[in-house]
Design a protein around this ligand. Structure first.
Ligand code: HQG
Length: 183
């Protein structure tokens, strides 16, 4: 199994469907590394602990983390499962960015940014990252989010281990009127 395929499998299992591999995440989203490795090896015997460590260390978006003693592993963000990442609420920068596809714009203007199946709306610290996120869905457009104002209005913001900002929802009045051209 290539590293990228292993990363995709980890995303799926650690964010959405652990039961697919017969696994169960604890309340904070952690699972035993030994149990995960055994479950992976039942289908892909060539996967090793070393490869797991390599994928966590070299992952382009730092999607996964080991516990300090390296006995547990979890996804840093992106969950649809109701896990409590135990992130501390922190004041966000005045402006954050959300990359999306142009076809979602009218709906977003009408109802704001909704988390959909995920636990949170995901926001990027810079327009470049947001462009890459938007590109996954089609023709990208980057929206500015008035995170400081939204925070002062009472919304909680969290920053995941990998720098992605998380909040429950962004009402339309906190989204900048202009979409930045994603070039
Ligand atoms: C859109 C990736 C219509 C939203 C990324 C997005 C990120 C609406 C899509 C992380 C809407 C959801 C999350 C509304 C939001 N009407 N469309 N009211 N509100 N949307 O994949 O933010 O590679 O669930 O704009 O890098 O794209 O997986 O969220 O286009 O960090 O590690 O609905 O996933 O990380 O799509 O991406 P997603 P996202 P990974």
């Amino acid at each position: 199994m290539q590293n990228q395929a292993l990363s995709k499998t980890l995303s799926y299992v650690l964010r959405h469907k652990p039961e697919e591999l017969g696994l169960h995440l604890d309340a904070q989203g952690w699972v035993s590394v030994t149990a995960l490795l055994q479950a992976l090896q039942a289908r892909h015997p060539e996967v090793t602990l070393e490869q797991l460590h390599e994928v966590v260390a070299t992952n382009d978006k730092k999607r996964f983390a080991f516990s300090e003693d390296e006995q547990l592993i979890r996804a840093n963000q992106g969950h649809s499962l109701a896990v409590d990442l135990a992130l501390e609420a922190v004041p966000p920068p005045e402006v954050l960015y959300h990359g999306t596809a142009t076809r979602f714009l009218s709906s977003i203007r009408a109802s704001g940014l909704q988390r959909g199946t995920r636990q949170y709306v995901h926001l990027s610290p810079d327009p470049e990252t947001a462009t890459a996120v938007g590109q996954r869905h089609g023709c990208p457009v980057v929206l500015t989010v008035h995170a400081g104002e939204l925070h002062r209005a009472g919304a909680a913001f969290y920053i995941a281990e990998n720098g992605v900002w998380l909040t429950l929802t962004v009402p339309p009045e906190f989204i900048g009127a202009e979409g930045l051209s994603a070039s």
